[in-house]
Ligand binder design. Structure first.
Ligand code: GUN
Ligand code: ZN
Length: 427
């Protein structure tokens, strides 16, 4: 049976960074059949064309593609908002002790399910996650996602040095375990495996090389890692890899730079790094709540986007301080203000949906509303709290009506979340 949803249907025909507001469209209705969007248009036309469809009327609420969170660490769910450290300290004090617990499959399953419950209630339909070094953590993640039929990306995090005993693998075991998990999960339903060296400080050159080899054998997969998040980290990479030209070169020299490479943070980049990233067609992921929370710096959205870089948006749970892509858009706006570029609500919304989908090379499947796209949707109440409701009363257009929800909204603004044509949260 098909579903006809009525509301303010926001979708994009192009990138608003390049094409301005003409890239965004508002319609009144969409039709879903067999998990996909099959029509978008006026309420009257679609009611007439699909008289048998089950109708859900969301009134003045916004209907959008579900949020796509392009960089998260689901194993850090329980240590989100841990106080007062910078990156390396924070990893050693909070992250590594928590990640140790994921050798236990039932603990990993418990956190994976909690993570998906939290993100779905925040309107996020797809995520790209790091797991831990334990294969159990990968199985738990993909199993929890499959239960909800979500399109997800993830991989075993590989580390063979500068991590505690119990949280290290080797170049060979990282290769073997990653390969086995890739063969087990990649392309199963809506799952995609991502080759995942954590970052250069926790991998030897031999391990980066082994994962570069695996990626060459499996070019159909994405590869994710971290790049130039904090200045101390960059200085450490320089010490650890004296032969490398810069941080990016530690990856590039081992076959870990090409289209399909996804680099989290990418804040402190040299000119050479920027030009190689652009040439290669790699993706850079902006993690604004994390970059302020851990004190990393200001991502140059204006400069990097104008230079044609491929950019996604992410919470970076649990370095990031929220599960909400609304809160993440607000932080991107605030960071943009400090970095000299006020991002328009249309640009923020595009980044949280299509921009992130594009960074994962999945923009033909998710991140937008158009016939043929998978029906992953979020329904957003634009007056979810008294403070937001009163701020929207004088709104003259959809952007003025939406911006208070971007800046002040949370999970109370999420009326419903639909995944592959089924409502899995809200009403
Ligand atoms: N760099 C390496 N690992 C991590 C991590 O878990 N979180 C963040 N924010 N940065 C990292
Ligand atoms: Zn990260």
């Amino acid at each position: 049976m098909s579903d006809l949803l009525l509301g303010q249907v926001l979708h994009f025909t192009a990138d608003p960074f390049d094409h301005g507001l003409s890239a965004a469209r508002l319609d009144e209705a969409l039709v879903i059949d067999a998990g996909k969007i099959i029509a978008v248009g006026t309420a009257e036309a679609l009611r007439r064309q699909y008289p048998q469809a089950r109708v859900t009327d969301y009134g003045r609420s916004l209907i959008s593609a579900g949020f796509v969170d392009a960089h998260v660490h689901y194993p850090q769910t329980a240590i989100i908002a841990s106080w007062g450290k910078r990156l390396i300290d924070w990893l050693n004090s909070y992250t590594f002790p928590e990640e140790m617990r994921f050798s236990n499959l039932s603990y990993a399953q418990d956190v994976a399910n909690r993570y998906f419950d939290l993100t779905v209630s925040n309107g996020t339909t797809s995520v790209c996650s790091y797991c831990t070094i334990h294969p159990e953590s990968v199985d738990a993640f993909f199993t929890a996602a499959a239960t909800r039929n979500q399109r997800v990306w993830a991989g075993k995090t590989c580390m063979d040095r500068n991590a505690p005993e119990g949280l290290r693998d080797t170049p060979q075991s990282a290769y073997d375990d990653s390969k086995r998990l890739l063969n087990k999960w990649h392309g199963q339903g809506r799952a995609s495996y991502v080759i995942t060296p954590r970052f250069s400080p926790t991998s030897t050159l031999e391990q980066l090389h082994a994962l570069g080899t695996l990626w060459r054998e499996h070019p159909e997969c994405l590869m994710q890692t971290h790049l130039s998040e904090q200045t101390d980290e960059i200085a450490w990479v320089k010490d650890l890899f004296p032969q490398s030209r810069d941080y990016l070169d530690t990856y590039e020299s081992q076959g870990l730079l090409r289209e399909g490479a996804i680099y989290g943070h990418a804040i402190h980049l040299t000119e050479r790094e920027k030009s190689r990233l652009k040439e290669a067609g790699a993706s850079l992921i902006h993690c604004p709540t994390s970059n302020t929370f851990i004190g990393s710096g200001l991502f140059d959205m204006g400069g990097l986007k104008a230079a044609g870089q491929r950019i996604g948006l992410a919470t970076d749970t649990g370095g990031g301080s929220s599960f909400s892509m609304l809160r993440t858009m607000a932080a991107a706006y605030e960071v943009g203000q400090l970095a000299g570029r006020a991002l328009h609500p249309a640009e923020l919304w595009w980044l949280a949906t299509q921009g992130s989908a594009r960074s994962l090379h999945a923009d033909a499947l998710i991140g937008n509303i158009a016939p043929g796209m998978e029906a992953d949707l979020v329904i957003v109440d634009l007056a979810s709290t008294p403070a937001i409701e009163q701020a929207t009363r004088r709104a003259d257009d959809i952007w003025q009506a939406l911006f208070p929800t971007i800046m002040m909204g949370d999970d109370r603004a999420i009326r419903a979340t639909w995944v592959a044509g089924a409502r899995i949260h809200g009403s």
